[in-house]
Design a protein around this ligand. Structure first.
Ligand code: HEC
Length: 158
């Protein structure tokens, strides 16, 4: 059997040219860069950017929308991406300076008497979002979370 099938390249000599050391080093260099690039890209994928739909909206829902929605004392609504985006820089400044969320000693706000200050992680999220240029992200992230929502605040425009 073996004898009857002939190797098509029989007789062809494979010539390996002798390559000067510099060429090998260059090849290694370029290959190294390619590999490095792949690693950097992989790192990018594993640390996705902060987006409104995935990261920011939950923080707003928990800490800000009680006031920042129509009919409440907050001057603008922070319910939707469109409504929040223009405020990204102001939000960053307000949470870094701890101006927001405010704490009122006034008994009128007695039902907010619990500590409403943000966690460091929440401050980081809002800051990183503003620094990243306030990206919206995937709308599906909102729907995914909706399924698990307990709080009564939904991002409606009414
Ligand atoms: C208890 C109600 C209340 C909560 C909770 C609240 N805000 Fe405010 N916010 C206000 C009021 C009232 C103003 C307008 C008065 C002012 O600027 O001091 C305001 C103003 C702002 C401004 C404009 C600030 C400026 O310098 O002009 C930003 C930005 C803001 N809030 C962001 C937030 C964010 C982000 C949260 C949640 C982390 C939040 N707020 C939570 C009531 C609230």
């Amino acid at each position: 059997m073996l004898r009857s099938c002939s190797w098509p390249f029989r007789g062809v000599k494979i010539v390996i040219p002798s390559v000067p050391m510099e060429v090998w080093l260059m090849l290694r260099f370029y290959f190294g860069i390619l590999t490095l690039g792949t690693v950097v890209m992989a790192a990018d994928v594993s640390a996705p950017a902060v987006t409104f739909n995935k990261d920011v909206l939950p923080v707003l829902q928990k800490n800000c929308q009680t006031c920042h929605r129509p009919g409440e004392i907050g001057p603008m609504a922070l319910l939707t991406y469109e409504g929040t985006r223009p405020w990204a820089k102001a939000i960053k400044a307000a949470v870094l300076s701890k101006k927001m969320p405010p704490w009122f000693a006034d008994p009128q706000y007695g039902h907010f008497s619990n500590d409403r200050s943000l966690s460091q992680a929440e401050v980081n999220t809002l800051t990183a979002w503003a620094d990243a240029g306030a990206p919206e992200g995937d709308p599906k992230d909102v729907l995914r979370r909706c399924a698990g929502w307990k709080a009564g605040i939904f991002p409606s425009r009414t």
